[in-house]
Write a protein that binds this ligand. Structure first.
Ligand code: ZN
Length: 304
């Protein structure tokens, strides 16, 4: 199995258009110890041929251009793609806006849980993916039920939270059964290599702890260093936990909670532009690296 990080930043990317935090400013001043990142996006293949996108970021067009693995093959005709499917982990804008960039009539298979499909199908924007019969093939997936995505890739959705995107109406919120609104995924190839991708991790339950111990590599929510990271910059903004993101630091942060994992390749991704781990010389970066973690960057590829 090959996994490639096409984008490692959280929503807004790095730098974020309206932000003058230390990181965003450093990038605009060409600081040597920080690199820009596009919004969170993963690609995976189990057979080196069929690639699956995990989510569809607002930066997807550029991410598909930047990575030759997902380019169309001229030998296969005028219109084709190695992208065999898209697996959605939520209906958050940062995870679905890229679908609208894939509307040029090439058939695409989309795997998502019931609430995510309901939300997207109700929005007329996404009807652009259904202009031809069979153009998009929506396949419902369920937490804890493994499915064969194709190309030898088995995927198991893990329910992480029932929180629905803030953009949906109160009426829809009341009508929806939110089970599986936010999931993580366990990816497995035919040889049994396993990886976890959890870009929005609100907490770590005992069953999830066990599941992570069965994976050789894990990509974990690295959105925020502290719970009040955004509030310190902009009073009135929500806490990390209230947005479904377990912060990295602190006695019950992800660094401490996951330190039992020995011999697992541990990678923080979905990193918000405010997070000090993005500065390569920061003490926070040293802390995560000393604990055996890596900080994802655009183009990071791992082979399992
Ligand atoms: Zn910033």
């Amino acid at each position: 199995m090959r996994i490639k990080v096409l984008g490692a930043a959280a929503g807004g990317g790095l730098p974020q258009w309206n932000c003058t935090c230390t990181n965003c400013s450093a990038l605009r001043q060409n600081h040597p110890h920080i690199q820009s990142r596009t919004q969170s996006q993963l690609a995976v293949t189990a057979d080196d041929d069929a690639w699956f996108l995990i989510n569809a970021s607002p930066d997807l067009r550029q991410q598909l251009i930047n990575n030759p693995e997902v380019h169309p093959d001229p030998a296969k005709g005028l219109r084709n793609t190695p992208v065999a499917g898209i697996i959605l982990t939520s209906a958050d804008l940062d995870h679905v806006l890229g679908l609208l960039l894939m509307r040029e009539f090439t058939p695409v298979r989309i795997y998502a849980t019931r609430p995510v499909i309901s939300i997207l199908k109700k929005n007329s924007f996404f009807q652009m993916l259904d202009r031809l019969p069979g153009q998009s093939r929506w396949t419902e997936i369920e937490p804890n039920v493994s499915f064969n995505a194709g190309g030898g890739l088995t995927c198991t959705p893990i329910a992480l939270s029932n929180s629905l995107p803030t953009y949906i109406s109160e009426e829809d919120r009341t009508a929806l059964v939110p089970t599986g609104a936010t999931i993580g995924v366990i990816l497995e190839d035919p040889q049994g290599a396993r990886a976890a991708y959890l870009p929005a991790l609100p907490s770590v339950s005992a069953p999830l702890k066990h599941l992570l111990s069965t994976c050789s590599s894990i990509f974990i929510d690295g959105t925020f260093w502290t719970d009040d990271e955004l509030q310190r910059i902009q009073p009135g903004t929500p806490l990390a936990r209230s947005m479904g993101h377990l912060p990295i630091s602190g006695p019950d942060g992800s660094l401490e909670t996951l330190k039992y994992l020995k011999g697992t390749r541990k990678i923080y991704t979905h990193i918000n532009n405010t997070n000090p781990i993005l500065q390569e010389k920061s003490s926070e970066r040293r802390t995560v690296e000393d604990a055996g973690w890596e900080v994802a960057w655009d183009g990071l590829e791992i082979t399992l």
